[in-house]
Ligand binder design. Sequence first.
Ligand code: ZN
Length: 331
Amino acid sequence: MKVYAGVDIGGTNVKAGLVNVENGELLISHCVPTQSNLGPKSVLSRTTKLLERLIIDSGLNQKEIGGLGISAPGMIDLATNTTIFLTNLHGNWKQVHVGDWMKSTLGLEVSMLNDVRAITYAEWQFGAGKGVDSLVCFAIGTGVGGGLVVHNQLVLGFEGTAGEIGHQTVDPNGPLCGCGNHGCLEVYTSGPAIAAEAARGVLQGWDTKISDLIDHDLNKLTPKIVAQAAEMGDEFALEIWQRVGRYLGIGVGNILTSVGVKKVIIAGGVANAGDLILDPIRAEIKNRVFLMPVEKVEVVKGQLGSTAGIVGMAAWRAKQDVMEKASDPKV
Ligand SMILES: [Zn+2]
């Protein structure tokens, strides 16, 4: 068994785990609140402690850990493992040398990736995309991220930025997005966008089961509730999923036309809506894509859930080790 560590630094939590990179099995995982308001040093030192505790609790010796992969939500200099800009972390982590810090404190070799590229890599290696040579993954939660695998390679692009497919324009006159553009796919399809659309109906007194499900308390409104209402046959909730799926279908169609992937994986919390969101995507791409065999493209839900990023990063670091050894003339 080859064991590597994976860490997912998120806006809310830092998750860490030890992974058998031969089969993607998560052996053990722990989680602490990120508290990014305390600054990068505090987050990194707590992440080091988290990993140390993880190794002790696993009963493994530190020497048995092959290396460490770390994902973060934003732009990262992949050559130096330095963060360039993390949108959801306090202070945006400009020029934080995460790789150097971890190597000096834990003595492990480090690789980094954007968080959704890590999910994409995990789903490709061990989940819904196993055995497929070209795929796209959309991870839909608070935002909409993505990743691409083309011809058996995770596409990194210029400075690791390939895959920001939640920020493709789907409406030139659309509302402002957090990224600065107007009418991004994310504006219409993120978890908060789904909840906001549902809130509009509730506040306007529409006849919808959503009002009862949240006990008329808008704070309880989540995409999960909107899915529950739709499964009960609620017309308004069904309409919301149709609209979200239609926009996603436009975004997926753009990817199919430009890259020609075989499989589309919808991951992240919102994907739990299942066919409520997948069916309208399947329908929309057939309406819009004509220059590739769209009828053979599968649109499926991600399989690895919320720990996909940890698994993906551990496996990604293991792959870098294999590649570095292969290119080292001394070995
Ligand atoms: Zn955007």
